[in-house]
Design a protein around this ligand. Structure first.
Ligand code: TYM
Length: 339
């Protein structure tokens, strides 16, 4: 039986945080054993807001290294850089021309990010979800493992594939594009800011103390957790709407210690914040230590990483090339002339 396929990616904008890990990458690591897995560093997405060219290079390499350091195994999956496969940009253009503008204006993340950009909103920012649809649809992905914040973008990808390509251009009921489904696991799907349990942890938050970076050293982790927002109650608990910080930090503790929510809720119900914070600090440091160790080895000698990316790129090129050809044919483009 052929394996079902998954595809996902992270933007190389600044350093990755534990939300990216617990909400996405850690799930990929589990899924790669069961699924035909493609993961890319979505560098074309990173320039939809003003960016620093030199930093983009190092952030792209660093993100790829983190995939491997977190446990993505090149024997089980294909890892590649989005911009190394020109088919992403080409399919994006084809999808642009069939996607209604008012679908794009509804996107929540666009509205949020546009607000921050003031007068400097690029057309690319508006088009971002179509590029994301191209990323997914090119690989005939069955499932897309992401955090909660990407749900609306996934719905758009499904609508474009189904309503704008398959139902308009398919012949004899043979779908041109596979309609993907989101895969959002309940736990970790939305890790919140350390400074405000009602706001998502985000790479673009100007306050560094709001997130724990995957590459933060123990000292920084300790300081950030020490400063993390608390509440006046004694004992930690889940799901109390008046205690979002307790829910968030206890959730992180449960995930990084690989213990059930019931177990940690019991362990921490009778301790105050003063005792809980050092526990959480140690657990976070311990869970990140092997990732950081592997990351440092990979970055010291990038030849191994380059080999991994080369292999991933080859696999991605072949698969995406077939899909792009299918779409080109369906939309009526003349066959390419081989010179
Ligand atoms: P990005 O780079 O913002 O985030 C990468 C992944 O991390 C998840 N995530 C979180 N999960 C839980 N809690 C959080 N606080 C948190 N913050 C981020 C995101 O949901 C995501 O899964 N548009 C995407 C990148 C992308 C993509 C794709 C993803 C481009 N093309 C194709 C999947 C398939 C993004 O900006 O993710």
């Amino acid at each position: 039986m052929t394996k079902k396929r998954i595809l996902s990616g992270v933007q190389p904008t600044g350093s990755l945080h534990i939300g990216n890990w617990l909400g996405a990458i850690r799930n990929w690591v589990e899924l790669q054993k069961e699924y035909d897995t493609y993961v890319c560093v979505v560098d074309l997405h990173a320039i939809t807001v003003p960016h620093n060219a030199e930093k983009l290079k190092s952030d792209t390499l660093s993100t790829a290294a983190l995939y491997v350091a977190c446990g993505m195994d090149p024997r089980e999956c294909s890892i590649f850089i989005q911009s190394h496969i020109p088919a992403h940009s080409e399919l994006c253009w084809l999808l642009n021309c069939v996607t209604p503008l008012n679908w794009m204006e509804r996107m929540i993340q666009f509205k949020e990010k546009a607000l921050k950009q003031g007068d400097n909103v690029s057309l690319g920012l508006l088009d971002y979800p179509v590029l994301m649809a191209a990323d997914i649809l090119l690989y005939d992905a069955d499932l897309v493992p992401v955090g909660e914040d990407q749900k609306q973008h996934l719905e758009l990808a499904r609508d474009i594939a189904q309503q704008r390509i398959n139902s308009r251009f398919s012949k004899n009921n043979n779908p041109i594009l596979k309609v993907p489904k989101p895969l959002i696991l309940k736990e970790g799907a939305k890790i919140m800011s350390l400074c405000d349990g009602k706001n998502k942890m985000s790479k673009s938050d100007p306050n560094e103390n709001s997130r724990i970076g995957l590459l933060d050293d123990p000292d920084a982790i300790q300081k950030k957790i020490k400063k993390a927002k608390t509440d006046p109650h004694f004992g930690l608990e889940f799901s109390n709407p008046e205690r979002p910080e307790s829910d968030n930090l206890l959730g992180i503790y449960s995930m990084v210690t690989n213990q059930s929510r019931e177990k940690v809720a019991e362990e921490c119900s009778e301790i105050g914040w003063g005792k809980f914070k050092p526990l959480l600090t140690d657990a976070v440091i311990t869970s990140l230590q092997p990732i950081q160790q592997k990351y440092n080895d990979l970055i010291k000698d990038p030849s191994e990483l380059n080999r991994i990316l080369k292999e991933g790129t080859n696999n991605a090129k072949t698969l995406s090339g077939h899909t792009l050809q299918r779409v080109r044919e369906a939309l009526g483009f003349l066959e390419t002339i081989n010179i």
